[in-house]
Design a protein around this ligand. Structure first.
Ligand SMILES: O=C(O)CCC(=O)C(=O)O
Length: 290
């Protein structure tokens, strides 16, 4: 990538150098409450669907409609088990307009543009993470994202992890091992204790000698990291839901990974007329055709 292409993005030279050296970059206070309002509304709607469902199936007698976003989902499942929670999935990938709004958020794309240039494909793998208290699947073991797509010829894939509420040590913020992103895909297995089969690095790669850092982050903050960077998150031991969304981006000339879903053209300065609109996305069209 040329110097000029990089200058088109929003990151400073120092931030780019940090990302390339460490494999991650924290952008505190990156999105405003207004930037996050559409995704938050989408998730509030989804929580209401779940409350309706639990009520209809006789699991709850009160839909707790007045509870705040930060706690309602936790309170709905407070008397239930992991099984009932996992019925809705450990991560959500619905096609709600508020999600498209976040994935297409110009501030995020500007930062990604600094790292991979202006032709940006939104990878099909994105996850809303409603990490509710004390559910085993809330804790994500040490892994490289690349182990979820070891055969994909796609590089680099960059995650933008967005904190929708404050992520703290208590509610299970992200932990990262810096400078691990230049490694090949390390050996891993599917874990058997959370009920969801996360990929987990084999023990020899997680020695105590390796430095790991915890990345608590206030709502609106974003963490960018490379798909080989080793990371995990701990259990939620608080009473609030640790809401986050992890989005992924890559250059347009890489494997679009159709086996994982349908990604889309999020930004193109070469072909702006082909950038996917909300209607395209809802209809699962990866580009816009006039
Ligand atoms: O949000 C989390 O707790 C884990 C996120 C993660 O593993 C990822 O984004 O790849």
């Amino acid at each position: 990538m040329t110097h000029e292409q990089r200058m088109a993005g929003s990151l400073t030279e120092e931030q780019i150098a940090f990302y390339e050296r460490e494999g991650y970059l924290v952008l505190p206070h990156f999105l405003t409450v207004e930037d996050m309002a559409p995704v938050r509304a989408a998730l509030e709607e989804k929580v209401s669907w779940i409350a309706d469902d639990l009520y209809k199936d006789g699991f709850i007698t009160d839909k707790l409609e007045q509870r705040p976003f930060e706690t309602r989902l936790a309170d709905l499942f407070a008397g239930l088990t992991d099984k009932e929670f996992l019925h809705y999935g450990r991560g959500w990938r619905d096609r709600q307009p508020g999600l498209f709004h976040l994935i297409s958020q110009p501030k995020i794309l500007d930062a990604i543009e600094s790292l991979i240039g202006s032709e940006i494909f939104a990878n099909p793998v994105y996850n809303v993470r409603p990490k509710v208290p004390h559910v085993a699947a809330g804790a994500v073991p040490w892994h490289q994202d690349k182990s979820y797509w070891p055969d994909a010829n796609s590089n680099p894939v960059i995650t933008a992890w967005v904190a929708l509420v404050d992520a703290t040590a208590e509610n299970g913020c992200l932990h990262i091992m810096p400078r691990t992103h230049k490694k090949q895909v390390l050996s891993y297995h599917a874990e058997t204790y959370s009920g969801t089969g996360y990929t987990e690095l084999d023990a020899e790669h997680v020695s105590k000698k390796k430095q790991a850092i915890s990345l608590p982050l206030a709502a609106g903050g974003v963490i960018l990291f490379n798909d080989r960077c080793i990371h995990m998150s701990t259990m939620n031991n608080s009473h609030v839901v640790r809401w986050s969304v992890d989005l992924r981006y890559q250059p347009t000339d890489q494997d679009p990974m159709p086996q994982h879903g349908i990604g889309f053209l999020a930004r193109s300065r070469q072909h702006p007329e082909q950038v996917t609109t909300l209607d395209d996305w809802l209809a699962e069209r990866p580009t816009h055709h006039l």
